[in-house]
Design a protein around this ligand. Structure first.
Ligand SMILES: *[C@@H]1O[C@H](CO)[C@@H](O)[C@H](O)[C@H]1NC(C)=O
Ligand SMILES: *[C@@H]1O[C@H](CO)[C@@H](O)[C@H](O)[C@H]1NC(C)=O
Ligand SMILES: *[C@@H]1O[C@H](CO)[C@@H](O)[C@H](O)[C@H]1NC(C)=O
Ligand SMILES: *[C@@H]1O[C@H](CO)[C@@H](O)[C@H](O)[C@H]1NC(C)=O
Ligand SMILES: *[C@@H]1O[C@H](CO)[C@@H](O)[C@H](O)[C@H]1NC(C)=O
Ligand SMILES: *[C@@H]1O[C@H](CO)[C@@H](O)[C@H](O)[C@H]1NC(C)=O
Ligand SMILES: *[C@@H]1O[C@H](CO)[C@@H](O)[C@H](O)[C@H]1NC(C)=O
Length: 839
C-alpha cells in the first residue's frame, strides 16, 4: 500500500514540476509567442521564431525547422518579405481561420489567406511531415489552409511542386536571398504548364536558367540519373486535367525513415539526406552537373555534349548559324538548316539518347503510338520534330514541336530519342554507289547515343577520288575528330595521304592467305568463340603466328566503312591491348587478324583446376592492374572513347610473359554500321558479365564495362566463374557470395584456395581487389566508379575507398538459362550515319 501511495506522490510531483510537453497545435485561444514553439507529435519538426544563424541581422522570422538538427535547418518561412524587429510578435489564428503574425502594436507581418470554408473553431497543427495545417477543431472538415501549398526554398517528401489547375494554385520554390537571409531571392523553380509540363529554374521570374525536360513516365527527360523508385525515393509526376505537379516520397527502409529535403539554393537544385550516424546532411544529388545544363547553351538546334570538346555540335543537316562565334566556343547562336524544308518528302533524323528540347510550345497526345506520331508529324508541315511522350513500357504517345528546338543535350545513357524533320536531301542515307562517291564528300558520323556515349568518338571518311575537285572540297565542312557533331571550318586535309597514312599500319590480307594460314578454318585451329565470332590460330608465310577472327555474319557494314573501322581500331595501341594487324574482306566475309598470344586466354588458366595454381597472387594482381590500364585507355585516354561491351576472362589474353592484353575491343563498332535499319540490332554480351541495365534495358555506357570489369576482378580473386555458380541454387552467384563475405568482414575467404598469401601487404591487396570488384558491380551505374578511380584505388594502397552497396545481378530477371552466352535481342540506340553532302 505504502509503495503505491509513494508512487502516486512521485507521479504528482513529476507532473507538477516537469515542463509541459510542447504542444503540436494552436487555437484561437492559444497563440504562439516569440520564445514558444510547437513541436510535431513525433518530434520531427518544430515551429517558432528564429534569427538566421548565418546572419548578423537580428531580424526575427516565423519558420519551421527540423527539431534536434544542428545547425538550424529551416524548411519553411512565413514572413519572408517582412522581417520582424524585436521579440514581441506572436502567431494567432483568427475567427475566419487565418493565421496572423503580428506584434504587440498590432502591426501585421504576415497572414495566411482566409479560407472560403467557414469554421467555428479553427486549429493549426504542425504535422510530422513538416506541414502546418489549419483545420476545424472537430477534425472532419476539409483543410482550411496548409503551409505545403506555399513552399519556401525547400520541398519535403509529400509536398507538391506545381499546379492545382482548378484553383490556379501554383506551388514553386523561391531561393533565399542569401544563406542568412530568408527574404525571396532571384531564382525560382517552378513547373511550367504551357505546352508539355516541365520544370524550370528561372532567374528573376523571366530568364530560364535550367530546364529539366518533360516527364517521360519514368523521370524528367533531362535527369536520366533519376530512378523512378530506387528503394530510398519514389519520384512522381502527375499531369491530368486537375493537377500538374512533381512530388517525391521516401521509403521506409530497414534502418528507419530516410530524411531528405530538396532545396533550391541560388541557381542550384540540391537534394540532401540526413546521415543519422554522422549527424550531418549529405549532398545526395545536385544540379547543374555541367555546362550543358545551362538553358539553351548551344542555341536552337544545337546539341550539347559535356564529354565532347567543344561541347556544342550541330546534328546532320545543320551547320553553325554563326561560324565565327562557334569557332570561339560560343554556341549560343545555334545551328541552321542546310536545306529548307519542303514539307512533302521531308524525312526524320533520329537523335538518340538526348534530353528532349524545350516543350513550352509543344503539344502532347499520350494516346497514340510512336508510329502514328511520326505520321501525324509528317502530315503537318509546321511539325519540326516528334518524340514519344512516355518510355515507361515502350516508346508510346506523342510530343510534337512546331518551333525551334532549343536546349537539347546528349546523354551518355538514359536519354531519349528525338526525331528531327530534315529535308530529304539532308537526310543521312547509306548510299555510296561508285558514281556518287566521285562527287560527294561523305562524312560518317557516329551518333552512338547509348552505346558509345558519343563522347570523344569520331569517325569520318570521304570518298574523294576526283583530284580535280579537291580544291573545292576544302571549303566543305569536315568534322573535328574530338567531336562528331562539331564541324570545323576549312580543315585542309590531303585526302589521298591521310587515307594511306591510316592504312599504313594495317595490312589487307587476301582470303587465300588467311584460309591457308588457318587450314581452311579447321576445327583444330579454332582457339575459341567470342561474342562477335570465332577465333582461329593462323600461321603466315614467314612463320608469324596470328589470331584470326572470323566475324559473325550479322555485320552488314559496307566495305569502306569496315576498312575505316579497322583503321580506327588499329590506331588504338596500348601495351594492354592486343594489336590488330590487319583485316581481310572477301564477299560477305569480314576477318580481323590479331597478334597471337602464347598463353591464350585467361579463362583457360583461371578456371582450370590443374593450371590455376600457375597464377599466384602477384600475377593475379598484375593481371587486374593490366586490364584496368587497358580499359582506362579505351574509356578515357584513347582518341576515341571505346566501350568494349564484352569484357570477360575469355577476352583477356596473356602473352608469353603473362602480361594481360584485352582483345575484341572496338569490334562492337563494326556491328554498328547497318545504316537505315538501325533500330533493332542484336547485341551480344556474355551472361554473368552483363550489367543489369544492359541486360534488361539495353542501356550501355562505360559503366557497363566497369560492371564487367568488377565481375572479372572477383573471378580473378576467387578463381571461380560468375555464371558457373547460378546452377547451385538460390543466390549463390559469385557476386552475392562475395557480397555476403564482404558484409561479414571476411573478404579474404573469397580468395582462391590454391593461392597463398603472406605478409601485411598481400591480405590488404586482396581486400582491396574485392572491394573494388564490389564497387564496380553495384546495381546503379552512377554508383560505380569510373576506370580512373578504379585504377587509383587498385594501384594506391592509401587511396580512400567508398563502401560498396548491393551488387546487381543479371539473373534477377528470372532467366533460368545457365548455359553459354545469353544473347539478347535489344533495341540499342546506336546508329552510324553517312551524310552525303552535295558539293
Ligand atoms: C483574419 O485575418 C485575415 C487576414 O488578415 C482577414 O482577411 C480576416 O478578415 C480576418 N478575420 C477576422 C474575423 O478578423
Ligand atoms: C466540422 O467543422 C466543419 C467546418 O466548420 C463543418 O463543415 C463540419 O460540419 C463539422 N463537422 C462536425 C461533425 O461538427
Ligand atoms: C527583373 O525583371 C524585371 C521585370 O520583370 C525587370 O524590370 C528587372 O530589371 C529585372 N532585374 C534584373 C536584375 O534582371
Ligand atoms: C489527377 O491526379 C490526381 C493525383 O493522382 C488525382 O487526385 C486527381 O483526381 C486526378 N484528376 C483527374 C481529373 O483525374
Ligand atoms: C546551399 O549550398 C551550399 C553549398 O553548396 C551549402 O553549404 C548550404 O548549406 C546550402 N544551403 C541550404 C539551405 O541547403
Ligand atoms: C514559343 O513560342 C513563342 C511565341 O511564338 C516564342 O516567342 C518562343 O520563343 C517559343 N519558345 C520556344 C522554346 O520555342
Ligand atoms: C499543325 O501543327 C500546328 C502546331 O502544332 C497546329 O497549330 C495545327 O493545328 C496543326 N495542323 C493540323 C492540320 O493538324
Amino acid at each position: 500500500m505504502a509503495t503505491r501511495v509513494q508512487a502516486l506522490a512521485l507521479l504528482l510531483l513529476f507532473l507538477l514540476f516537469s515542463p509541459a510537453p510542447a504542444a503540436d497545435s494552436m487555437s484561437a485561444s492559444s497563440p504562439v509567442a516569440d520564445g514558444q514553439t510547437l513541436v510535431s507529435a513525433g518530434g520531427v519538426f518544430e515551429l517558432g521564431f528564429f534569427t538566421s544563424p548565418a546572419s548578423t541581422s537580428t531580424a526575427r522570422f516565423l519558420g519551421i525547422w527540423y527539431k534536434g538538427v544542428a545547425p538550424l535547418t529551416v524548411v519553411w518561412v512565413a514572413n519572408r518579405e517582412a522581417p520582424i524587429t524585436g521579440t514581441t510578435a506572436s502567431l494567432a489564428i483568427n475567427g475566419t481561420g487565418s493565421l496572423v503574425l503580428a506584434d504587440r502594436s498590432g502591426r501585421v507581418f504576415w497572414s495566411s489567406a482566409p479560407s472560403n470554408v467557414a469554421s467555428n473553431s479553427p486549429v493549426a497543427k504542425l504535422m510530422d511531415s513538416g506541414n502546418f495545417l489549419v483545420q476545424d477543431a472537430n477534425g472532419t472538415g476539409p483543410d482550411l489552409w496548409q503551409s505545403f501549398d506555399y513552399p519556401s526554398d525547400t520541398l519535403l517528401p509529400d509536398m507538391k511542386l506545381g499546379w492545382h489547375l482548378t484553383t490556379g494554385l501554383d506551388r514553386y520554390l523561391t531561393t533565399w536571398a542569401s544563406p542568412g537571409d530568408p527574404s525571396p531571392g532571384d531564382y525560382t523553380f517552378a513547373i511550367d504548364i504551357r505546352g508539355v509540363p516541365e520544370g524550370f529554374i528561372w532567374y528573376n521570374g523571366t530568364a530560364p536558367v535550367y530546364r529539366n525536360g518533360p516527364w517521360n513516365g519514368l523521370r524528367f527527360s533531362g535527369e536520366p540519373e533519376m530512378a523512378p523508385d530506387n528503394g530510398n525515393f519514389r519520384f512522381e509526376f502527375v499531369a491530368n486535367s486537375t493537377d500538374a505537379y512533381y512530388t517525391f516520397l521516401v521509403e521506409n527502409g530497414g534502418g528507419g525513415n530516410v530524411v531528405s529535403r530538396f532545396v533550391l539554393n541560388q541557381s542550384s537544385l540540391q537534394r540532401y539526406v540526413w546521415l543519422q550516424q554522422e549527424h550531418a546532411w549529405s549532398l545526395y544529388w545536385s544540379l547543374p552537373r555541367d555546362q550543358c545544363d545551362r538553358y539553351a547553351q548551344c542555341g536552337a538546334y544545337g546539341v550539347c555534349d559535356a564529354s565532347a570538346s567543344p561541347i556544342c555540335g550541330c546534328p546532320a543537316g545543320f551547320t553553325p548559324a554563326s561560324p565565327r562565334e562557334w569557332a570561339l566556343r560560343d554556341g549560343s547562336a545555334g545551328c541552321a538548316r542546310r536545306t529548307r524544308l519542303s514539307c512533302t518528302g521531308d524525312g526524320f533524323l533520329p537523335l538518340r539518347g538526348v534530353k528532349l528540347p524545350d516543350a513550352t510550345n509543344a503539344t502532347e497526345d499520350a494516346s497514340t503510338s510512336l508510329d502514328q506520331c511520326r505520321q501525324r508529324c509528317m502530315a503537318n508541315c509546321s511539325c519540326l520534330a516528334y518524340s514519344a511522350s512516355s518510355i515507361k513500357e515502350s516508346e508510346s504517345g506523342c510530343i510534337m514541336w512546331s518551333s525551334s528546338l532549343i536546349d537539347i543535350r546528349q546523354f551518355e545513357s538514359g536519354g531519349q530519342n528525338l526525331f528531327v524533320r530534315l529535308a530529304a536531301s539532308d537526310l543521312p542515307s547509306y548510299g555510296d554507289s561508285p558514281s556518287r562517291r566521285n562527287t560527294a564528300l561523305a562524312v560518317v558520323l557516329s551518333l552512338s547515343g547509348l552505346l558509345f556515349g558519343l563522347a570523344g568518338f569520331f569517325l569520318w571518311t570521304k570518298f574523294m577520288r576526283n583530284k580535280g575537285r579537291r580544291q573545292s572540297t576544302r571549303r566543305l565542312t569536315s568534322f573535328d575528330s574530338s567531336n562528331p557533331l562539331a564541324p570545323v571550318q576549312d580543315r585542309n586535309m590531303d585526302d589521298e595521304s591521310s587515307e594511306s597514312k591510316g592504312l599504313r599500319d594495317v595490312t589487307l590480307f587476301d582470303m587465300p592467305t588467311i584460309a591457308s594460314s588457318t587450314d581452311n578454318f579447321a576445327a583444330s585451329a579454332k582457339l575459341g568463340e567470342g561474342g562477335f565470332g570465332a577465333v582461329y590460330k593462323g600461321e603466315l608465310g614467314g612463320g608469324q603466328k596470328v589470331a584470326v577472327k572470323r566475324l559473325s555474319k550479322y555485320s552488314t557494314q559496307g566495305l569502306d566503312e569496315f576498312k575505316n573501322e579497322v583503321v580506327l581500331i588499329a590506331k588504338l595501341q596500348h601495351v594492354n591491348l592486343v594489336r590488330l594487324l590487319g583485316c581481310c574482306v572477301h564477299g560477305e566475309e569480314r576477318i580481323l587478324v590479331y597478334e597471337y598470344m602464347e598463353n591464350k586466354s585467361l579463362d583457360k588458366l583461371l578456371f582450370d583446376k590443374a593450371r590455376s595454381a600457375q597464377l599466384d597472387w602477384s600475377k593475379r594482381l598484375d593481371i587486374v592492374l593490366g586490364v584496368a590500364r587497358g580499359l582506362l585507355y579505351l574509356h578515357q585516354d584513347s582518341r576515341f572513347k571505346v566501350i568494349h561491351r564484352d569484357l570477360k576472362a575469355g577476352n583477356v589474353l596473356l602473352d608469353g610473359d603473362m602480361n594481360p592484353k584485352i582483345s575484341d575491343f572496338g569490334v562492337a563498332r563494326i556491328f554498328g554500321g547497318e545504316g537505315a535499319d538501325s533500330h533493332t540490332r542484336r547485341v551480344v554480351g556474355t551472361y554473368g558479365y552483363m550489367s543489369p541495365e544492359y541486360a534488361m534495358d539495353g542501356v550501355f555506357s562505360v559503366k557497363s564495362d566497369v560492371f564487367s570489369f568488377g565481375v572479372l576482378v572477383l573471378e580473378i580473386v576467387s578463381g571461380r566463374k560468375n555464371r558457373g555458380m547460378y546452377s547451385s541454387g538460390e543466390q549463390t552467384s559469385l557476386l552475392s557470395h562475395a557480397w555476403k563475405l564482404w558484409r561479414e568482414g571476411n573478404a579474404l575467404a573469397l580468395l582462391d584456395k590454391v593461392v597463398a598469401i603472406g605478409g601485411d601487404r598481400e591480405p590488404e591487396e586482396v581486400r582491396r581487389c574485392v572491394q573494388v570488384g564490389l564497387l564496380c558491380v553495384q546495381e546503379r551505374p552512377e554508383d560505380r566508379p569510373h576506370m580512373a578511380a578504379v585504377f587509383l584505388m587498385l594501384a594506391n594502397l592509401s587511396a580512400v575507398m567508398p563502401q560498396p552497396r548491393h551488387p546487381g545481378y543479371c539473373s534477377d530477371r528470372g532467366s533460368t538459362s545457365t548455359d553459354a552466352d545469353c544473347s539478347l535481342s535489344c533495341t540499342v540506340n546506336e546508329i552510324t550515319l553517312t551524310v552525303v553532302e552535295g558539293r
